[in-house]
Design a protein around this ligand. Sequence first.
Ligand SMILES: [Zn+2]
Length: 1176
Amino acid sequence: MSVNQQAHTGPPYGQPQPGYQGYQQPAYGGQPLPGVPQSQYGAYNGPMPGYQQPVPPQGYFPPLGFPSKGSPVSLNSDTSSLAPNFIGSSRAPPTSGAPPAASGASLPSGHLAYSQFGHGDVQNGIPASAAPMQRPPASQPFLPGSAPTPVSQTSTFQQYGPPPASVQQLSNHMAGMTIGSTTASAPPPAGLGYGPPTSIPPVSGSFSTTGSGLYTPYTASQGPPPTSVSQGLPLAQPPFPGQPVSTQRLPTQVPGFAPPPSSTGIGPSSYLPTTGAPRPPTMPGPPLPGQTIAGPPASQPNHVSSPPPPSTMSGPHPGPPMSGLHGPPPPTHPPQPGYQMQQNGSFGQVRGPQPNYGGAYPGTPNYGSQPGPPPPPKRLDPDSIPSPQLNELPPQQKPRHRIDPDAIPSPIQVIEDDRSNRGSEPFVTGVRGQVPPLVTTNFLVKDQGNASPRYIRCTSYNIPCTSDMAKQSQVPLAAVIKPLATLPPEETLPYLVDHGESGPVRCNRCKAYMCPFMQFIEGGRRFQCCFCSCVTEVPPHYFQHLDHTGKRVDFYDRPELSLGSYEFLATVDYCKNNKFPSPPAFIFMIDVSYNAVKSGLVRLICEELKSLLDYLPREGNMEESAIRVGFVTYNKVLHFYNVKSSLAQPQMMVVSDVADMFVPLLDGFLVNVNESRTVIASLLDQIPEMFADTRETETVFAPVIQAGLEALKAAECAGKLFIFHTSLPIAEAPGKLKNRDDKKLINTDKEKTLFQPQTSFYNNLAKDCVAQGCCVDLFLFPNQYLDVATLGVVTYQTGGSIYKYAYFQLETDQDRFLNDLRRDVQKEVGFDAVMRVRTSTGIRATDFFGAFYMSNTTDVEMAGLDCDKTITVEFKHDDKLSEDSGALLQCALLYTSCTGQRRLRIHNLSLNCCTQLADLYRNCETDTLINYLAKYAYRGVLSSPVKTVRDALINQCAQILACYRKNCASPSSAGQLILPECMKLLPVYLNCVLKSDVLQPGPEVTTDDRAYIRQLVTSMDVAETNVFFYPRLLPLTKADVDSDCLPAAIRNSEERLSKGDIYLLENGLNIFVWVGVNVQQGLIQNLFGVSSFSQISNALSTLPVLENPFSKKVRFIVDMLQVQRSRYMKLIIVKQEDKLEMLFKHFLVEDKSLSGGASYVDFLCHMHKEIRQLLS
Ligand SMILES: [Zn+2]
């Protein structure tokens, strides 16, 4: 976890970390300290001399009582004093110098010389004509001279046989012994149910024999296809091409909220601004007496097919007031073909247009033209399943409110509307401040100058011009950035631009990289920075004439001038120690203690690695991966293996002195897979045999990481450790842990300690790992508490991934584990990464959330950054913004590719700025807002009582909604809950965050589960947090077996379930298949292959493969969902009224939860109360 996420440890922002050697801040900045090696990233980032750090933000402080962030003072630590020397030493802008005609020639051998972009577009990847890929330098991976000398260490070459724990130690002596297959001591464990790999069911997307071998999450069947509901919908177009479509987003009024008794005295005048902020001049007049605002139907406003005339669009409130809030929908409202119209996001009684609807949209004259008949029955919406058992529910689960659940905003409806309205057209990024489709909508992106929403999503695409406005709204300004996101095959990967020796063109002052928003002036001889306004000479080799519009004539030939995302090939200035990096290495480190062996895990891993090693990450048409591999096994001691290709058999070396870890061999530890194939295969065959009879139960952990780190140091490369670990490391060693689990701490002030590491040892280790580019991926197989909060520290701070398989059983868990492992090994990953986000003057990045390390206030460092990891960045004002120039973000990620190439990936995004709050509220994205709020809260629990964190969340959201009500909505009765259209799901989603296991654990949730979830969420992208907090619930029995479509999702509430149906619920980690007690026997037979409900086994971890359409369809759906997620989800069969149903009900997030979480309806009432209090 990052330093700034642990207020209890580490110094405040901007302070160099004690003991942190790798990225000394001064070195970073270019000012060498005495005794500190030269700048490792001499050329990267760093402000110019004279560049002043922005002043502290004046507004928008976190809610009181939520002291989870660094103090404002430390946030503003000024690092500019480091800048001058940084610039002076190594950052002279390339204002002159030879044109890079022979750009590639100067690269060291082994580094590909990519052609100049203008000579042919080079994508990320090797062009077909490229030189043969660099071979892994197997002949020189280690520098023996620099190797640690093991003379004082206890180590042995050991012939395997007896458990290593009982091996006699040979001090000060290393004896090499050959591990011969004839010495195998034991047959494979019997009775474990372990099958050969060939019996493993095929997995989705992995091991493709074609293509690059990289995991490809997007397949032809990928993505939520149009559901059956939306199929019948006419595909709507955005109303005004080229204009932000969100201008039509309108407020949502939630009916059914009768004015509470206390509110009777509150009249519209109470809602006049009390802060002195003027009411937006564009506000429409107050409604006529008796009228209340509901806005036009919500299913229409987002992106209707027939736009209203522009005149109604100009105000923030095109929706006219309508009266008769509780009036029934007129029966004459024409339903769309194939779609039972549900208006306002399933707003029950006001689902349809209201009588007296004044006709804001002249094009829709039928609206409200006649009074409606008596109210129709509830739940007319298609996603509502009649609920025969509703009356059988215990009293407390019956609706206690007169609020119809169908009358409150429905996530399902919002998702469906966005799919219908925005799923058919590509999202073209040429327009500033354009709100992208929702993450749940399947759409293509065309880069025309702004980064794809797959790379960056924002909480709002129109940000307040002033800090006062931002503070008033309380809407956090944040971007969720996924720099290496995987794109669907239809979209173009970022182009790789090579400027040769001179490197990328950058602003002289703020060091921003050339991008489409830079303004060329003086005939093209200079350019003005779009971030800081500084004027910089165009280097001669980069000069180009301008056309009559002032655009460079090579505009479309250069990705950095015309696209939102692209890459630069980095020069040696961007490399550690001014040396091009070696290709990275993967080290597999396997726990071989008793539990790991007995469960069959060790054998499973070894079998899998035999084939998996052929699928290490590659690029383009490389024949083989440049990544080298190494192997370690361990319990209380560590065993290193020499798998040099020249050996007939692998050799083992044991290091039993774990107090001062070293790597006992250099030559032969990290090898090329193809060259050492035979020796590696032999080793993987023998490891399970060697430890088959082990009785060693204790393990070490920190020394394992140290060993991997030392090996990478010796090899002078970055890399990744894959650690497979089973238990709390209680063996005597550095980083030894004790069991400190204590659920009694829940709901006390000490609860936060459950999320904190129990020792700072791992924080220090993490710093060393980041400095080396040593990323740690952790696969945990616990049978009891193993302290994820502590074991995960290094993984978290190095940008690694954690996977947890509690009570691992081969039969039920091997598919999930193997799929995760395959994906993890194959996925795209950058090493030794540093990310900086630059912004235009007026705002700046102030806070960061994610799996990384920070040694200063601006640079996010990650030993490894893979395609699934996101970093959420919060911005605050330090000056005014202008509506004219908008606001710009530029995210620059410097990293080493899997081929060992140093690159810069640049993402640019331009946002609008507003002086009217209504514009802010119309351009928000609630899914991204929830991503930010969840990460903010999950960090808060490290330093604050959970209750404080929950209260702060509620308070902030109430303020957001109250500000809207006060400043943007028309005055109306206090009893009306009026939500901004773009935020109408904020209450339901916020309630899901509040009810999550981290913030409100149920009795079955373990401390490790909570720490694990906390870490996972912190790196999630918006799509992942969306489905994690509001799971997807699909009625399988409604699926059309003849199409590839998913059935239409329904809302997460028990009353939506029918006893006669089968449902699937997924949240990104689990898939539940819920079977009602009255499901037809034929369906049960078809899906489970048994003849009755009672015979269904809930021990199944996969659905049986049966040859009938229903079975095929359901398995197809499960496979499709698995491919979409970054982790393989655990399948759990739940029978209605079975004890497992409690677990399932936990995910029906609109209902009251067993752990005390409020139902959606109750929470909405609560939020309404909070808002009213703020307004009164
Ligand atoms: Zn600049």
